[in-house]
Design a protein around this ligand. Structure first.
Ligand code: T3D
Length: 274
């Protein structure tokens, strides 16, 4: 069990995730290791609650998403999907609308960088929720599996959006139709993720990354995220307009002032994230 406090200082208890915010770093660990951290409704609700706490907490300047145990996340808990012969099937559209769609959109919308540390297998929605994060770093023993085709579904949680954009249609299509295991090293070589590191190195690499991002110009990083994701639906001209408008805003920020002052004085900058 994990305990956090909301803006009113009320205790929020978590049974299916671990959650903390400390030193500018929010950490959210999917914590159902005996089921490879697959999602049930309760875990979805807790993740939503945790993301809302991060969004409301101005001290949080980076979010880490990872998994407990040997897996990252095996997607939907299929134990909740077994249908007795003749029984009415679960409405998967409603599950996506309630759970997976807000999750992918919520990660993208958070105004801080989201780092995903893929500590083990990431399958089904687990793979695509990782891809919804801003920087994905994986252990060498981890893998990505578009497992949906094995149960007659399509890649969801943004899979049909992220895969062709990140690795091209040919690779996206084969991964989605075959459900092959893509080792983390290959995922990094293809540009699906940022980096693959030795298993023993993952915690140190992730901590270094989090410490860097927690002291970076957060407002600028939030705007970077917004601009890069907006480019998927923009013309060059529209994107240039967006860059102009964002740069105008950032040019008035404390962090820009501090960055230029530190550069001029040949000292390390102290960014407040504002
Ligand atoms: O339904 C909706 O709401 C729509 C949205 C759907 C989104 C989706 O994610 S659909 C895709 C669902 N996920 C999968 O199809 C993946 C299923 N899992 C696997 O294929 C394999 O477990 C893995 C390839 C991920 C890992 O294989 P392996 O051999 O390393 O581990 P394992 O032995 O299969 O799994 C370990 C345990 O976790 C095992 O339990 P046990 O036998 O020790 O009691 C296994 O049943 C459990 N587990 C793994 N994945 C799931 C799961 N239990 C429930 N649901 C799972 N998805």
């Amino acid at each position: 069990m994990s305990v956090a406090h909301n803006a009113g200082n009320e205790a929020v208890l978590f049974q299916n995730i671990l959650f903390s915010v400390d030193g500018g770093i929010a950490r959210l660990t999917l914590n159902r290791p005996d089921r490879l951290n697959s999602f049930n409704d309760a875990m979805h609700a807790e993740v939503r609650q945790a993301l809302a706490l991060v969004d409301a907490d101005t001290s949080a300047r980076v979010l880490l998403l990872t998994g407990a145990g040997r897996g990252f996340c095996a997607g939907q808990d299929l134990a909740d999907r077994a249908v007795a012969p003749g029984a009415e099937p679960v409405d998967l559209g409603s599950s996506i609308e309630r759970n997976y769609r807000p999750l992918a959109l919520g990660l993208r919308a958070l105004p801080i960088p989201v780092v995903c540390a893929v500590n083990g297998v990431a399958a089904g929605a687990g793979a695509n929720i990782a891809l919804a994060c801003d920087i994905v770093i994986a252990a060498k023993s981890a893998s990505f599996i578009q497992a949906f085709c094995k149960i007659g579904l399509i890649p969801d949680s943004g899979g049909t959006f992220f895969l062709p954009r990140l690795i091209g249609t040919a690779r996206a299509m084969a991964l989605a139709m075959l459900g092959d295991k893509l080792p983390a090293e290959q995922a990094a070589a293809w540009g699906l993720i940022w980096k693959c590191v030795e298993d023993a190195e993952l915690p140190r690499e992730v901590d270094t990354l989090l410490e860097h991002l927690a002291t970076a110009p957060t407002r600028g990083l939030a705007a970077t995220k917004r601009a890069i994701y907006a480019s998927a639906g923009n013309s060059l001209d529209a994107q240039l307009e967006l860059e102009r408008d964002i740069q105008r805003e950032l040019g008035r920020s404390d962090d820009y002032r501090e960055g230029v002052a530190a550069f001029t004085a040949k000292r390390a900058p102290r960014f407040a994230g504002k």
